[in-house]
Design a protein around this ligand. Structure first.
Ligand code: SF4
Ligand code: SF4
Length: 164
């Protein structure tokens, strides 16, 4: 059933253009986005730039409301290009649904070449690996095909300094 293929992201049509199930795709992305936002509320903030030379902002006492949503502030201890934290896509598992590209705010993913022998639509590639936020792992649950892998977090904690 195509509607379930769309909802699961496993549709094999080359493109969503003109498809009557486009609202289903929007619903799928909205559901994933909401699930990710919920998990973000409890996670520490990831780190995206090398900030060591910047002065540390004095700690301000948070209001009760802020305290509930506050995350540990961190900064990188090395230039971003020296930290190999970024995802890898297993092409044999990627179905080209595009959800990772839609939901990764720093723009790490781009469409690859169309695959005429396979699913016809482009699979995704990691085009801008150093845009990836260190210790972020939001795209792993986004990809329900299990095509996205990240290195072990523990190996990258050494690049992070906790500010408060
Ligand atoms: S990597 Fe996963 S989320 Fe991204 S397009 Fe491929 S199957 Fe979809
Ligand atoms: S971990 Fe995934 S979602 Fe997070 S910034 Fe990197 S590529 Fe984007």
């Amino acid at each position: 059933m195509r509607v379930f293929d769309c909802l699961s992201g496993s549709c094999t049509r080359p493109s969503c253009d003109g498809c009557i199930f486009r609202p289903v795709r929007s619903l799928r992305i909205a559901l994933k986005s909401r699930a990710i936002e919920k998990s973000d509320e409890t996670a520490d903030a990831p780190v995206g730039s090398w900030e060591r030379s910047e002065p540390v902002t004095p700690i301000q006492r948070p209001t009760p409301q802020k305290e509930a949503s506050s995350k540990k502030r961190k900064r990188l201890l090395a230039p971003r290009e020296e930290i190999a934290w970024f995802p890898v896509i297993k092409p044999e598992l990627c179905n080209g649904c595009g959800d990772c590209k839609v939901l990764c705010k720093p723009g790490v993913f781009e469409l690859g070449e169309p695959d005429p022998a396979g699913i016809h639509r482009p699979k995704l590639i990691v085009a801008h690996p150093y845009n990836c936020l260190v210790l972020c792992n939001r795209c792993v649950p986004i990809c329900t095909s299990g095509a996205i892998i990240l290195p072990p977090k523990e190996e990258f904690e050494k690049y992070i300094e906790y500010i408060d």
